[in-house]
Design a binder for this molecule. Structure first.
Ligand SMILES: Cc1ncc(COP(=O)(O)O)c(C=O)c1O
Length: 474
């Protein structure tokens, strides 16, 4: 039995408690609709949490993308929007922030991450070229494939094992990369697509040692490295926390050094930088920049706004500087780990180690009786909403889509349901409520049946697919 003198959660977990480095100035009321209404909402949404109305959701852990709370300084920045069509001063503030904190020379603004992925893929991939990557991300791989690229997963094997405690499960397996270079020739590799805190692996970081070694391999074959910097600040925190030799370096210094081993980066600023919309693409090579700048005006907007309002760029410039503050990133990642520790204490299967932005529940071990093609992770997301109005997201077979060659489902090793925590939005009490809800769903797991897909969009199907429950007799 727990020692009754241990009252705070910090004491119970054997550490000093930490608190969020902010106080609340404005609130948005939330409430839970009753179970009958939730059942109806779920059915209307085709058992897909993306199709729920947000007013029917109690605690929204669908994504950490665009859902963070902006600071008072960011909101003040919104009032300083220079909405000139060309040459807005907010663009120059953004350009300066990207150059200062990420270190790249040339910056192209985009409306969000996939706008940047589109431009980079169309510019840097020739049809038939290979794009090795440390696991895939849905929109990233699709843009690479639409440009004629062939995605190859070169992440270390440990990333596919939900119980392996490797501290840097996002690392590239350099032997896999060398073998690919040998097999297809370096001229047939468009670039290495490297992601920080790999989302689909459970938010797992890449070590500094790995990116340095990757740089050496790529230099010896004249291959470029482009970084998905979407959650690279959180990756820098893990390097500081886990990798020998980095404990005394600031998050900002680690971020910049990591980026220095790459040739450029793209960013969904809706995550680390805590804005509701925004993104960018930044490279060192002038000719590539010039090509990207020519393209951005076709698809996004002029090269000094790229789909964002001036006020959005100002909030983003301020958010970049706030994102690298130790107090912020420590409390952000610790809140995610707090939720993970609660689930682990009840032996609920989750992907370990817990990553930076979300807890990924391992739906294969959660529902061992539901075959992967009956969508266990989708089922878990639906059950969690039904129990308590909490919204999560499938990250398994539905997200993986179909193989463009064979048309079959891709069967990813990881079949998980993601509880993504928005930054600066929820409190420890919300995490307690979420953990108890997962436990209730876990306790009734044996009575749960899977789903069948009844509508399937051709691309990025997880956003709009519809499902029906498989009855006991069907
Ligand atoms: C790792 C990663 N890369 C790229 C993107 C795409 O960014 P956006 O949603 O801003 O288009 C996301 C979004 O979820 C992401 O998580």
């Amino acid at each position: 039995m727990t020692d009754p003198s241990l009252r705070t959660m910090g004491q119970q977990f054997g550490r000093r408690s930490w608190a969020e480095p902010w106080k609340i100035k404005m609130v948005e009321p939330i409430h839970m609709i009753d179970r009958g209404e939730r059942a109806r909402a779920l059915e209307e949404a085709g058992y897909n949490t993306f199709l729920l109305r947000s007013e029917d959701v109690y605690i929204d852990l669908l994504t950490d993308s665009g859902t963070s709370a902006m600071s008072d300084r960011q909101w003040a920045g919104m009032m300083m929007g220079d909405e000139a069509y060309a040459g807005s001063r907010n663009f120059f503030n953004l350009e300066n922030a990207v150059q200062t904190f990420y270190g790249y020379r040339h910056v192209v603004p985009t409306h969000q991450g996939r706008g940047a992925e589109h431009l980079l893929s169309q510019t840097a991939i020739k049809p038939g070229q290979y794009v090795p990557s440390n696991m895939y991300f849905t929109t990233t791989r699709l843009h690479q494939e639409l440009a004629g690229g062939i995605f190859v997963d070169v992440i270390i094997d440990e990333a596919h094992d939900t119980l392996n405690l490797h501290p840097f499960k996002g690392d590239v397996d350099l032997d896999k990369l060398r073998a690919l270079i040998k097999q297809v020739g370096s001229e047939n590799i468009a670039y290495v697509s490297l992601a920080g805190t790999v989302n689909m692996a459970g938010g797992q970081p890449v070590s500094m040692a790995n990116v340095r070694a990757l740089r050496e391999v790529c230099d010896s074959h004249d291959i470029r490295i482009y970084l998905d910097a979407t959650r690279m600040v959180e990756n820098a925190f893990f390097i500081q926390d886990r990798e020998p030799g980095w404990a005394d370096e600031s998050i900002a210094a680690i971020l910049k050094e990591f980026c220095s081993y790459t040739d450029g980066a793209w960013m969904s600023a809706k995550k680390d930088s805590m804005v509701n919309i925004g993104g960018w693409l930044a490279v060192d090579d002038y000719d590539l920049f010039d090509a990207l700048r020519n393209k951005v005006v076709i698809y996004e907007g002029l090269h000094t706004y790229g789909g964002m309002a001036g006020r959005d760029m100002e909030a983003l410039a301020i958010g970049i500087a706030e994102s690298v503050q130790y107090e912020h990133v420590h409390s952000r990642v610790s809140q995610v780990h707090y939720l993970g520790d609660l689930l682990l204490s009840w032996e609920i299967p989750i992907v370990q180690p817990v990553g930076g932005h979300a807890v990924f529940v391992d739906a294969r071990r959660f529902y061992p009786h539901i075959p992967q093609d009956q969508f266990p992770a989708q089922t878990l997301a639906a059950q969690l909403y039904l129990d308590s109005g909490i919204r999560s997201m499938e990250r398994g077979i539905v997200s993986a889509g179909r193989d463009p060659e064979t048309g079959d489902h891709r069967y990813p090793a990881l079949e998980s349901t993601r509880l993504a925590v928005p930054r600066r939005v929820y409190t420890q009490a919300h995490m307690d409520v979420v953990s108890e809800a997962v436990k209730v769903v876990y306790d009734s797991r044996e009575q749960t049946h899977g789903l069948r897909m009844v509508y399937e969009p051709k691309q990025l199907r997880f956003f709009q697919a519809r499902f029906e429950p498989i009855g006991i007799h069907s």
